[in-house]
Write a protein that binds this ligand. Structure first.
Ligand code: FES
Ligand SMILES: [Fe+2]
Length: 383
């Protein structure tokens, strides 16, 4: 994030802290009908028009740094493989054989020199072209040119790899990410290294999981023994670019910034910064590491959650560094997200079938939850 943006955001947060209020969000209490978390037809419409219509985050560039290195999709509904081909070009394909549809890359492979189908041995180049049909005499009439892998648009920007689910989809990532792309650049995500990644299934609607990140109202209660001390008198400021959001949450110490020259301010010393990159990626920025959480809808009440942590290598040297990283990952992943935020989301999902609430009521301080829902509603209406 540019320094002047950091100062501007800190100024806003300090003013809000002194007023004891969040930045205004929605100006009225909002009701969200609970069918949005249960109805199969809403779920299918979301998958089609929201998950089908936006570039999806595939992972960090370091995973595809050299020819043959690859990334696999975490989502069964869009099983892609991203690979750097022999010419150094990044490519994305559906991970599906054109013969009878077997999965080509399982994830066990270290590096790829070609795509070799495990079923009948057809071979494709890393450019997706069909090279070898085994026992080709049995396929006398086929033209190999018609059997290349289905290619998807892919882009690499600021250390992140994006895939468009629509083969015809537009991938202008600078326009898509707008100023938040610049933020990623300034945070130096391209220089980070992957620490670890976990992928697990949660028994909750994808929106319920993401919404746990979009308000600070719950922090003193749900996180009273974990995060609450860092966010006493917490206030929140936000910005939008298209459907994306940037959130900044004042930390307990924010007014201490006033004791120092503004030119020396670093936002992450006084605030936590988060990005919701629509529809399904949530970034949590820390000075030397970043947590990227992505959510993939499998069913109205089931979501694949992946959590990838990237870090700045020089900040965590040796065994001690590894230990510190592990501790941070376990704390955020296992305790804060899994045992606190997402356990609540699963409880909510389970409770929906008993029906005391026909809708969920959002107070003014939960406005970003409402804005996220409205963005989805508008998207569904427009499609
Ligand atoms: S399904 Fe791939 S070679 Fe038969
Ligand atoms: Fe939380």
């Amino acid at each position: 994030m540019r320094h002047e943006t950091q100062i501007g955001l800190l100024d806003r947060l300090m003013e809000l802290r002194q007023a004891g209020r969040n930045q205004d969000m929605l100006d009225a209490v909002m009701e969200v009908p609970v069918e949005k978390y249960t109805a199969p037809e809403i779920f299918e419409a979301e998958v089609r028009s929201i998950f089908g219509g936006f570039p999806m985050l595939a992972g960090h560039s370091s995973s595809v740094a050299e020819p043959g290195r690859y990334l696999l999709s975490d989502w069964n509904r869009l099983p892609f493989v991203v690979v750097r081909d022999k010419e150094g070009v990044l490519r994305a394909f559906l991970n599906i054989c054109r013969h009878r549809g077997a999965r080509l890359v399982s994830g066990e492979e270290d590096q790829l020199s070609a795509f070799v189908c495990p079923y009948h041995g057809w071979v494709y180049g890393l450019d997706g072209s069909l090279k070898t049909v085994t026992r080709s005499y049995a396929f006398p009439d086929i033209d190999k040119c018609n059997y290349g892998l289905l290619e998807l648009p892919v882009a690499e920007r600021h250390g992140l790899v994006w895939v468009h689910p629509d083969p015809e989809g537009a991938m202008d990532m600078d326009a898509h990410l707008g100023p938040f792309g610049q933020d990623m650049h300034h945070f130096g995500i391209e220089d980070f290294t992957r620490y670890t990644k976990t992928t697990v299934t949660k028994e909750a609607n994808w929106k319920l999981l993401i919404k746990t990140y979009l308000e600070g109202y719950h922090v003193p209660y749900l996180h009273r023994t974990t995060l609450a001390a860092n966010f006493r008198k917490g206030v929140l400021a936000h910005d939008e670019h298209g459907a994306h959001m940037r959130l900044a949450a004042a930390r307990t110490n924010i007014l201490e910034a006033m004791d120092y020259e503004r030119s020396s301010w670093n936002i992450l010393d006084y605030a936590s910064v988060y990005y919701l990159l629509f529809p399904n990626a949530f970034f949590i920025m820390h000075p030397d590491y970043v947590s990227i959480n992505t959510f993939y809808p499998e069913a109205p009440d089931r979501t694949v959650w992946s959590h990838e942590m990237l870090y700045r290598q020089e900040a965590f040297p040796g065994e001690k560094g590894e230990k510190a990283l592990r501790k941070r990952f376990e704390f955020t992943n296992d305790v804060v997200f899994d045992q606190e935020d997402f356990a609540i989301a699963e409880d909510i999902q389970r409770g929906l079938r008993f029906g005391p609430n026909k809708y969920h009521t959002l107070g003014l301080e939960e406005g970003l939850v409402g804005m996220f829902q409205q963005t989805i509603d508008h998207q569904l209406q427009a499609s």
